[in-house]
Ligand binder design. Structure first.
Ligand code: CA
Length: 248
């Protein structure tokens, strides 16, 4: 399978082959229908759900290339849906749609395994660019070594799992891609913008305020560091970015 190079390529690819399927879980009818119209116009096949349980049931069919997930939903909120999807599927691309712009709520969504978030009200153009970025990234993937070793922790990148003695840790695909990219460039600190470009697939000219990278880094530190507050592997180089050190 060839890799899509850019957004228009991706859409052309979708039309030629199989349509890319997106699930929208959103209870506000006006937003849900607006999203359906825009995404269908962009060539995607779209399904939608207006309640939490209905959204989870559809998500569990596993047939979607991307899920857009609102947080406040009747029946079951977006956090719980995200959490339940991740119990069985750590590959599924998920973007949270959040009216809440408070840090805690954005952090919570990303902690539960969402790939990214978009704050409401969002511009349609920004949302479409994010969707294209997430899809492009999940298609292309990051080249990675089979194993990443950090001190006593041995991470199996195919199984998305790590082992440190008797302790086992699981990772999302995005976390593994972030680690893999940093491991490939471990000779230098990698700037946040480069990570957004390479690991999240953002376009260069896409000027987005995002805490996505920092929250993923914090989450990874809790998994790979003995003391996440004084990291020895995933270190911050002030003014330069993040650097991965394999040392003991
Ligand atoms: Ca809602």
């Amino acid at each position: 399978m060839r890799h899509a190079q850019n957004a228009s390529d991706l859409i052309a690819f979708a039309v030629m082959k199989k349509k890319i399927r997106i699930l929208i879980v959103e209870d506000e009818q006006a937003i849900r229908e607006g999203l359906i119209d825009v995404l269908v116009y962009h060539g995607y096949a779209v399904d939608s759900a207006a309640t939490g349980p209905e959204g989870l049931a559809l998500a569990r069919t596993g047939k979607f290339d991307l899920i857009l997930l609102d947080i406040m939903l009747p029946g079951m909120d977006g956090y719980e849906i995200c959490n339940r999807i991740r119990e069985s599927d750590r590959d599924q691309p998920i973007i949270m749609l959040t009216a809440k712009t408070s840090d805690e709520e954005i952090v919570e969504g990303l902690k539960l395994g969402a790939d990214d978030y978009v704050g409401k009200p969002f511009s349609i153009q920004q949302l479409v660019l994010r969707i294209e970025a997430v899809l492009r990234r999940s298609k292309a993937g990051i080249e990675h070594a089979k194993t990443i070793r950090l001190g006593n922790l041995e991470i199996d990148t195919d199984n998305l799992s790590g082992r440190n003695g008797a302790q086992e840790e699981t990772f999302t695909k995005r976390e593994i891609e972030l680690l893999s990219y940093l491991a490939q460039h471990s000779e230098r600190p990698v700037p946040r913008e480069e990570l957004l470009l390479k690991v999240w697939g953002y376009a260069k000219n896409l000027d987005i305020e995002t805490r996505t990278v920092d929250i993923h880094i914090a989450k990874l530190r809790r998994k790979i560091e003995a003391d996440p507050k004084t990291p020895k592997h995933l270190v911050t180089v002030r003014g330069a970015g993040y650097r991965l050190l394999s040392g003991d």
